[in-house]
Design a binder for this molecule. Structure first.
Ligand code: PEP
Ligand code: MN
Length: 261
């Protein structure tokens, strides 16, 4: 069902009036929802740039059980409230199949994270709702496994799926993951689903945000996901990779300047 052979036209994922898969989109926002004020500061900055999609984690799949686990439903409520204030759409990760139905009340796009790409019960649950799904590639998933994960969702009845390349594990230590840029044209060729690139979780650093975002869009990505925090140094998660608003504005200027966005 996700194969281009069976379905040659591009799938356009509709998030309200935002069409993912038509022209490149930007999804930006903090790694984790921390406070209403924090989300408001970012949302205001995004709205000023004309951006429509805000991300923020409420249920955080953290490597260590001692790290900040997210605000849960409270986080979803903050996102919804602030997003409505600025006319934005909400993208947020859900980790438990039992929460999918509940999440549809608060989010416009259900994110399924890298660590859950093969959580088949979660994929099936996301396939049973109408809310668009943003599916991230697993930490060590092949392109074929990634497409089969998307197939789980679409085969249950939800064809509104966005694929996100977010880097894979390799021996390289100077980046958090290795961005598999080759996956972008391959996924676009093999599948009709929109493909985005997460420049934050792939690199794990922010100093190379501009060139990797350009590379992703030049390779044919339908958009970029990036983490933005009002004060990354004090962020409760992923402090090293989040851009502040000035850095985010520089990224936007660079992409608009090269007519990639
Ligand atoms: C995220 O986008 O918040 C996240 C946890 O990313 P990933 O699942 O790609 O690690
Ligand atoms: Mn993060």
């Amino acid at each position: 069902l996700v194969s281009r052979k069976r379905h040659p036209e591009d799938t356009i994922v509709k998030v309200g009036d935002v069409e993912v898969g038509r022209k490149p989109v930007m999804i930006a926002g903090p790694c984790s929802v921390e406070t209403e004020e924090q989300v408001d500061t970012v949302a205001k900055g995004l709205a000023e740039q004309g951006i429509k999609l805000i991300r923020g984690g409420a249920f955080k799949p953290r490597t260590s059980p001692y790290d900040f686990q997210g605000l849960g439903i409270e986080g979803l409520k903050i996102l919804r409230k602030v997003a409505d204030r600025y006319g934005l759409k909400v993208v947020s990760e859900i980790v438990n199949p039992a929460d999918i139905e509940m999440a549809t009340q608060y989010v416009d796009v259900i994110q399924l994270g890298a660590r859950n790409m093969q959580n088949f019960e979660l994929l099936k649950a996301a396939g049973q709702v109408k809310t668009p799904v943003l599916l991230k590639r697993g930490l060590a998933a092949t392109i074929e496994e990634f497409l089969f994960a998307a197939e789980y969702i679409v085969s249950r009845g939800n064809n509104q799926v966005i694929l996100v390349e977010r880097g894979i594990r390799t021996y390289e230590k100077w980046t958090r993951n290795t961005l598999d840029i080759l996956a972008v044209p391959i996924l676009k060729q093999e599948s009709h689903l929109p493909v985005l690139v997460d420049i934050s979780h792939s690199a794990g650093r922010k100093d190379i945000a501009i060139p990797i975002a350009k590379a992703a869009l030049a390779a044919g990505a339908d958009g970029i996901m990036v983490e933005v925090h009002p004060d990354p140094a004090v962020a409760l998660s992923d402090a090293n990779q989040q851009l502040n608003l000035d850095q985010f504005n520089e990224l936007m200027t660079a992409l608009k300047g090269s007519q990639l966005l």
